[in-house]
Design a protein around this ligand. Sequence first.
Ligand SMILES: O=C(NC/C=C/[C@H]1O[C@@H](n2cnc3cncnc32)[C@H](O)[C@@H]1O)c1cc([N+](=O)[O-])cc(O)c1O
Ligand SMILES: [Mg+2]
Length: 214
Amino acid sequence: LCQTKEQRILDFVLKNAVRGDPQSVIDNIDKYCSQREWSMNVGNEKGIILDNVVKESNPSTILELGTYCGYSAVRICRLLKPGVRFFTVEFNPAYAAVAKQIIEFAGLIDKVQVLEGSTGDIIPQLKKKYEVDTLDFVFVDHWKDKYKPDTQLLEKCNLLRKGSVVLADNVIVPGAPDFLEYVRNCGKYDCTNFPSFLEYMDEKDALEKAVFRG
Ligand SMILES: O=C(NC/C=C/[C@H]1O[C@@H](n2cnc3cncnc32)[C@H](O)[C@@H]1O)c1cc([N+](=O)[O-])cc(O)c1O
Ligand SMILES: [Mg+2]
């Protein structure tokens, strides 16, 4: 019955995780993807770094680019205080549908707005249509060739303020070389690299934190 990997991941969560318990959802996705089918969730090693950067940023308005199955949305939202707004953008309807069900099962759907569409279309709508002033935290984990153009679009739309944190996954594997070169050399960001490992593999990967200077 489960035709896609994403549906199989959802099915495993619904069968094995505890409803309303975000940590058990995270643990079960990691269990399935490390034991059965690899999948491009940020995973637990990089996930712990993500947790720490979110905690230290204490953000009120968060944007995620590339929801996929909702693993990082659950990871981030389980740490947020009530009233925080979390937007996540996904243009694949099948992935968005799985993500919504996983976020719902984790008990976090009230904190999350899954915006279906392309980041290029949705980012320019955030201020007027979604009443966003500026973003405190952006997690970038979509197609790697979109990291740089979408970061520049966030700047163009005045969505970043002094201290806004842009945290990007996969800056080693698959890599986002034009994004890294841009944030490290354009003079608008203070950058920190967090070496880690590719999800469910022994390969090296890293996160890059780029704090907007305003
Ligand atoms: O390719 C990777 N991620 C791409 C993720 C892409 C996700 O973001 C959405 N998307 C893309 N542009 C979009 C524009 N607008 C909206 N959603 C969009 C796609 O529909 C998908 O759900 C990846 C690959 C590996 N890897 O080892 O190969 C490891 C990782 O951690 C990864 O994140
Ligand atoms: Mg990734």
